[in-house]
Design a protein around this ligand. Structure first.
Ligand SMILES: [Cu+2]
Length: 69
């Protein structure tokens, strides 16, 4: 498992936070996800043999939010 921090733009409230957490959590290989609304960061622990940073970022974009780093 590896942990990556992803910066996200567009989250305005707890509902957005929950939506992003759910979207990331639905990606195969993701073990744990924590989205911090204040810092606009998602901390994601995942199995790099199953999930990729790209697949996680795609899930965030598909949920309607912008990945900035
Ligand atoms: Cu919101």
């Amino acid at each position: 498992m590896i942990t990556e921090i992803i910066k996200i733009e567009g989250m305005m409230c707890g509902h957005c936070q929950a939506t992003v957490e759910k979207a990331i959590g639905a990606v195969d290989g993701v073990n744990e996800v924590n989205v911090d609304l204040a810092t606009k960061q998602a901390t994601v622990n995942f199995d790099p043999a199953v999930a990729s940073l790209d697949s996680i970022k795609a899930a965030i974009k598909n949920a309607g939010y912008t990945v900035v780093g």
